[in-house]
Design a protein around this ligand. Sequence first.
Ligand SMILES: *Cc1c(COP(=O)(O)O)cnc(C)c1O
Length: 363
Amino acid sequence: MTATLPTHARALGLTDPDQLPAYVYDLAELDAHMATVRAALGDIEVYYAVKANPDPKLLQVIAPYVDGFEVASGGELAHVRTFFPETPIALGGPGKTDAELFADVTRLHIESPSEIRRLFAAGRSADVLLRVNLDIPISGASLAMGGGATPFGMDPAGISECIKLLAGQDAVRLRGIHAHLASGLEAPAMLELVSAILDYARGLGATEINLGGGMAVSYADPDARFDWKTYGEGLAALRRPGETFRIEPGRSLSVYCGRYVTRVIDVKRVHGELFAVVAGGTHHIRTPATKGHSQPMVIEEPGEPITIVGQLCTPKDTMARRVPVSLKPGDVVEFLMAGAYAWNISHHDFLMHPKPNFRHLRG
Ligand SMILES: *Cc1c(COP(=O)(O)O)cnc(C)c1O
């Protein structure tokens, strides 16, 4: 086939319009990003939160830079075990089935006192962290899993109940405290949250503390990065001898390496507004619909503001609003920051359009 696609698409290894829509993962970019993050964190343990993107080729690149994987279901656990039989795994999440609660993992994150009772009743042993939801104000977060009544983790009364249950037995070993309270925080705000978590965890005598994920990612500025250096230095300054700190980021690790590339099918003006309809849409990349943002994209040629939508029969299928870019049918549109909570959170089967292609670039 003749190369009909523009330079920016060919640079991603895409030569033919029939290959679109496609997810393109730049594994070399991911590798470089992981090296930077790892270097900033010293001996803080890092587990990658697999739910952000479980693509096996991404996991292979991430694995050498992390101490383990954090999984949120039996499905993720089986998936990770297939590729990494030896790597430490932490399993968390509310609503664990027996199969999940009794799984053989390195760390089990306990979400309620009844999970402890179920472990006892089944005669199971496990190494557990108790997931706490502290009632502390969390401002500036894009999502809050804690700081008030949510189904995630336990309030301090629930934690005390677990500690009482765990006393005087040694099958279920209490290893420490887990907290994942918010997502979308920058390093200084994250470090304030960490201080509050540490005050609480040290009060209980915990020396192993999982501080969660949720490092900020800015879809408005694809070049911005969470300040890993400040965060790493801040954690190193807070850590006391004998303490193990662990974090479990997802989005901030995998988001940048992914692109969703598609082509314009139609351009039209309705009541004065310009619209471009592209192949695929939010059933392939639900991120702009869930977050209500304009997915960042490559702007080849500036033009009149145009709203870019997908092929679904719903106004929610909007990829980006009023972007100053010139588009005509056949043009290629390259969306950025499509490496996390994108393909794997999408409703692929709605309208039964074809699935996208997947390509992995190795630099
Ligand atoms: C989703 C999740 C993470 C990862 O969050 P990111 O915002 O992707 O960094 C970490 N820990 C827990 C418990 C989670 O539920």
